[in-house]
Design a protein around this ligand. Sequence first.
Ligand SMILES: Nc1ncnc2c1ncn2[C@@H]1O[C@H](COP(=O)(O)OP(=O)(O)OP(=O)(O)O)[C@@H](O)[C@H]1O
Ligand SMILES: [Mg+2]
Length: 388
Amino acid sequence: MARSVGIDFGTTYCAAALGGADAVEEMLPVPGDTSGRGVFPSVIAFPPESSPVFGWDALTWQERDASRCVVSIKRAISKGRGHSSFDTHSAAGLSQEAVDGEMPFLAVGGALKSPGEITALLLKEIHRRAETFCETRISQAVIGSSPAWDAETRNCILKAAEEAGFSEIRLVEESKLVLAAYLQRDRAWRRLAICDFGSGHFGFSVFERANPETDIMTLRPVVDSADAEIAGDEINGMIARYLIEQIRAETATDISKDAELMSQLLREVEKAKCAVSHRGSYDMSIRDKEKGFHYSRAVSRFEVAEYAGTILGGVADSCQKALRQATFRVDDIDTVILVGGVSRMPLVRTLVENVFHKDVFCDWNPDIAVALGAARVAGRVFAKDADA
Ligand SMILES: Nc1ncnc2c1ncn2[C@@H]1O[C@H](COP(=O)(O)OP(=O)(O)OP(=O)(O)O)[C@@H](O)[C@H]1O
Ligand SMILES: [Mg+2]
């Protein structure tokens, strides 16, 4: 049976699922997945004397030597990168070098690497794992695309996917992939909105259909926006800046100049932000034994909410602006789906419900919707190509 792969190429997490014309979609298992969420961090480490390592293993490496790791590569190749106030790469100690007319290269482990080269390595690993798991050759892939991608970015991803071993590749809007995954639930809707709150952007899309029999494969989003200023990474940036000031006030040390401590701080901020979605506080700790530096404190849910609030405050505006541009009113939307990791923050669900004055659908695993939808779409489009 011919198999194809659906890929969610996310800023912080990637996920992949397997599809095929007659196959039921299934998630590609992730080695070393400590989260149980079926995703792996979009991180590649370049150890000095071995081949690159990926995902959860790379995250372990990052704790040892962040200068050998590339994080958030999607941010580096996305058009919206210039608008982001928080530069994950610089903050983690990775310098960037602009090359004439090209996307900035990243200096990692003493070598300059292009964003396309790094993306190809990541996709190649997904391709390798998929072939090993299915014990068959796989050449077809559907990859989720962001509305922020311009032609240069799209070409870069297509080229990277070819280098990774795929010969038939489709880039399909992430929102359409979420819709494809959702339709398993077979709900009636006429105008459906999808909010995808990830680490790189807040995506807002609307689909419209004339009647329930309309084939969703023929639909394109009538609204498809991505706001890079409303993003999980931006929330981390707000919290990190606040903690840098707190640490400066309490210890007279400016850790923003120290790549190693900054890298630790960013990891702790990420853990704190996620932890307080489920409990009242998180005990953070950063340490550099050689420099004799140690700082620890509890980060409360209240503090995270306060600093995340500056970013979250933009959610309503972002939805309303996109609706206005399409001359829709809030009441025109009958169904709202919320996906993306940041939707785990209880406040986010409330915010979106307040915008649309209705319950939002978000009681599934928000991390894997794009990948599952991509595998479903892959099964359909490639089967159609074979029939043609
Ligand atoms: N429990 C949680 N509470 C708060 N935030 C969370 C939680 N779990 C994950 N996140 C955040 O969700 C974000 C990752 O979400 P997701 O995997 O949807 O993004 P992505 O697909 O990598 O990014 P993008 O789609 O923007 O390229 C991160 O910022 C992460 O901190
Ligand atoms: Mg995403």
